[in-house]
Design a protein around this ligand. Structure first.
Ligand SMILES: O=P(O)(O)OC[C@H]1O[C@H](O[C@H]2O[C@H](CO)[C@@H](O)[C@H](O)[C@H]2O)[C@H](O)[C@@H](O)[C@@H]1O
Length: 236
């Protein structure tokens, strides 16, 4: 399936297992070399499309890759400048409200991001409904959109998603001319699956079966790694 592919890879829950906190994620030594080799076999057609900011993806070791960050709002070529909308002023107000909410709730975390802010309740799931209610209050305020993730509510600028990122990246540059294959685990990846299918390719859902635009599935991160490593062997 990877022959001729333009490969779009989600990060958390796809290339690395979900960890207790955003900062706790581990990029093992084998991952970047595997992706670099696979990209070479795909004639450069490999991109990472994440809810993380480009800045964070680079800090995690993915500076040499074509990146779409913050759910399709940010773009960067290897070593190039980051194309992104400005950080909305209202995000600072949301961040302050999130911090006030989290202050007396151990386990609730605020994640400051380049142009967005996340409220994580993985460490205290009892606060899910209250976190959702707070986050919802800011949706549609000053052009912000509410983005749901895994045990996470995030406020970010509206106007893009992983599907629009796939369309943009397929239109020019190294991904153009390939058959889009999007691998991801989260609800935020569904637009990426749908875009890949629209463009003649397919999505691969990581994790348990659910209603999805993905035509295929892989059980877990370990299966993704196996699939990518097999791709390297087959394409070699
Ligand atoms: O699109 P992705 O690459 O999957 O990024 C989505 C969000 O991932 C991160 O949060 C999730 O992973 C954390 C670490 O494993 C986990 O602690 C958290 O509960 C998950 O929601 C990241 O922190 C977010 O900024 C991304 O939007």
């Amino acid at each position: 399936m990877l022959t001729g592919a333009a490969l779009f890879l989600d990060f958390d829950g796809t290339l690395t297992p979900i960890s207790a906190t955003p900062d706790g994620v581990i990029v093992d030594d084998g991952l970047v070399p595997l992706l670099l080799t696979l990209r070479e076999r795909l004639d450069g057609r490999l991109a990472i499309v994440s809810g993380r900011s480009v800045e964070t993806l680079r800090a995690l070791g993915f500076g040499d890759f074509l990146l779409a960050g913050t759910h399709g709002l940010e773009f960067a070529r290897p070593g190039g400048a980051v194309e992104a909308p400005p950080r909305p002023a209202a995000i600072d107000d949301v961040e302050a409200a999130f911090h006030a909410f989290a202050a007396d709730k151990p386990g609730v975390l605020v994640e400051r991001k380049s142009i967005s802010v996340g409220l994580h309740y993985r460490g205290a799931p009892v606060w899910q409904d209250a976190a959702h209610a707070l986050a919802r209050q800011w949706a549609n305020h000053d052009g912000l959109a509410l983005q749901q993730g895994k045990m996470l509510y995030e406020l970010r600028p509206d106007g893009a998603d992983k599907g629009s990122a796939v369309h943009a990246l397929m239109a020019q540059g190294p991904m153009a001319g390939g058959v889009p294959v999007f691998i991801g685990d989260d609800v935020t990846d569904e637009e990426g699956f749908a875009a890949a299918a629209d463009l003649g390719g397919a999505g691969i859902l990581v994790g348990p079966k659910r209603a999805t635009y993905a035509a295929y599935s892989l059980e877990q991160v370990a299966a993704v790694r196996h699939y990518l490593a097999e791709g390297v062997s087959r394409l070699g």
